[in-house]
Design a protein around this ligand. Structure first.
Ligand code: ADP
Length: 490
């Protein structure tokens, strides 16, 4: 109550509030004039004593009301004051020169009072307009944030959520708790996109606040209170002040459930189609072998050549279908490994022997010093090495050497495949390990392939807790490296 009264009377607290009163300045000024009259007549018994006393009180009132109620309040107070001054002049029966001087002085004072009320009142109204304009700007921004079709969360520098928009609440299915600090707990149960548990440090906003960097496109699976699961993609950026200090962080959350479902359906389709293709291709290969055995006796090039070509193409088709299946297994997390202990160097020897038969021009050479035994999925590692050597052959036509090395370094086995072919430019070197990525270069002739091999290889190596990388210079050749922990049976 007292606070409300103080707020009602305090002109500074009322800046920005455009409720200008007529009643308050009218009543306070009138009552003040009456009280002054009562005081000089009843207490002092000297109506002449009003002089300076009245000037100070009424100047104070004019300043106060013009600052509280704008020009209107100020002018009203000034008018009442002047009326009161005239009342004094006539009620005291001034005569002659004194009357003239008094009227003149009152006119001068009236001019000064109205000027004062005008300046202070104008100042107050200008401040109100400025505050209003800023509030408008803020409101507009708030409305935009609220209406955005993506979730938005804004935190202060300490990580406390200061705003979350409607879409965000729609995505998580509930209101944000207040206060809520990011990186401490999750509002709804959540997991990483690969299904593993999340740590508080996985909070994208917390990461942004700590590192001061933009974090882009992290995917999570959240469970709404209704039990419904949604895929979300979160990006966040810090907000710096002019001095470069982080003062806030903002993040954008997009519900990508539909997109994920579509992708899953597409993966299912690829998976089904490749499975369906596998059986007829296997039968075709079988019949090809039967046919080839039958025509062997004829020793007729005109029959054998086309048959060999058909077999080569069928093998390519089979490889393609197997790669497609692997990609879809990787996407759906269904690629499993059967690990065993085996000699990696021997496996590479055997692979080289098979692949050497596919190229006449290039000589595959292996350098190895000691047996390298690893515990891994033999077939999948064979697949990686085959892919690297096949690529080396494919992308270095016209050169005559491909050098392969296998050795141990501490607890890891390293394999390198070096060719002297077309090479890969620096900006493409990371991308070639992405799904379906192929270098497209107008100046080079296009090579057959789908950009699945290196993606599959990378996933296999990474899932063995290993690494795969490339060093290359355009036009000079490439060296692919894989390092795999030797791994022991425990
Ligand atoms: P692809 O079936 O197209 O060969 P990969 O995933 O095996 O698919 O390779 C992806 C891309 O990386 C290739 O399209 C090619 O541009 C590039 N690449 C792979 N290996 C080599 C290499 N040894 N030399 C030059 N470029 C290579």
């Amino acid at each position: 109550m007292f606070k409300n009264l103080l707020h009602y009377l305090n002109p500074i607290a009322r800046l920005g509030i455009r409720e200008y009163s007529y009643l308050l300045p009218f009543s306070v000024t009138t009552i003040s004039a009456i009280l002054v009259e009562v005081f000089v007549n009843g207490v002092l018994h000297n109506p002449e004593a009003v002089g300076l006393f009245a000037i100070f009180i009424f100047i104070a009132l004019i300043i106060y009301f013009s600052f509280r109620d704008g020009t209107r309040g100020g002018f009203l107070t000034a008018s009442l004051t002047i009326i009161y001054y005239f009342y004094i002049i006539y009620s005291r029966n001034y005569q002659g020169e004194r009357l003239e001087v008094s009227i003149e002085t009152t006119f001068v004072l009236a001019f000064l009072y109205f000027l004062l009320a005008g300046i202070v009142g104008w100042l107050k109204e200008t401040i109100d307009t400025l505050i209003d304009r800023e509030a408008d700007e803020k409101r507009r921004l708030q409305t935009i944030i609220q209406q955005l079709p993506v979730g938005v969360i804004i935190t202060d520098a300490k990580g406390f959520v200061v705003q979350a928009n409607k879409q965000m609440e729609r995505i998580i299915g509930k209101k944000f708790p207040d206060p809520f600090k990011v990186g401490t707990d999750s509002i709804v149960p959540a997991k990483k996109a690969d299904g593993t548990d999340i740590e508080p440090s996985d909070s994208v906003l917390a990461q942004t606040l700590i590192s001061g960097r933009v974090v882009v496109g992290k995917e999570f699976i959240i469970e709404k209170e209704s039990g419904e699961k949604r895929f979300i993609q979160v990006s966040a950026a810090p907000v710096h002040n002019k001095a470069g200090k982080i003062i806030a962080a903002a993040s954008i959350i997009v519900d990508i459930t539909q997109q994920k479902e579509l992708e899953a359906r597409k993966d299912d389709f690829v998976n089904m189609a490749s499975h369906e293709l596998k059986t007829p291709i296997t039968s075709m290969k079988l019949y090809m072998d039967v046919l080839m055995n039958r025509v062997k006796g004829y020793k007729d090039e005109r029959i054998e050549r086309p048959l060999i070509n058909i077999k080569t193409q069928t093998n390519r088709l089979q490889k393609l279908v197997e790669d497609l299946l692997d990609v879809s297994r990787l996407q759906t997390g269904k690629l499993s490994f059967t690990k065993e202990e085996f000699r990696l160097d021997t496996l590479i020897d055997e692979t080289i022997e098979v692949l050497q038969a596919t190229t006449k021009k290039q000589t595959l050479t292996i350098v190895k010093e000691e047996p390298v035994i690893i515990y891994a999925d033999k077939f999948r590692i064979y697949q990686v090495i085959t892919n690297l050597i096949t690529n080396a052959i494919k992308y270095s036509a016209g050169k005559d050497a491909i050098d392969i090395q296998v050795y141990k370094e501490n607890d890891t086995a390293i394999v390198t495949v070096k060719d002297y072919g077309i090479g890969i430019s620096k900006d493409q070197q990371d991308k070639i390990f992405e799904r379906l990525y192929q270098v497209t270069d107008d100046t080079e002739k296009t090579f057959p392939g789908f950009g699945m091999g290196l993606y599959i290889s990378k996933e296999i190596v990474v899932r063995h807790k290993g690494k795969i990388w490339v060093e290359s210079e355009k036009g000079k050749g490439s060296t692919f490296y894989i390092s795999i922990p030797i791994g022991k049976k425990t």
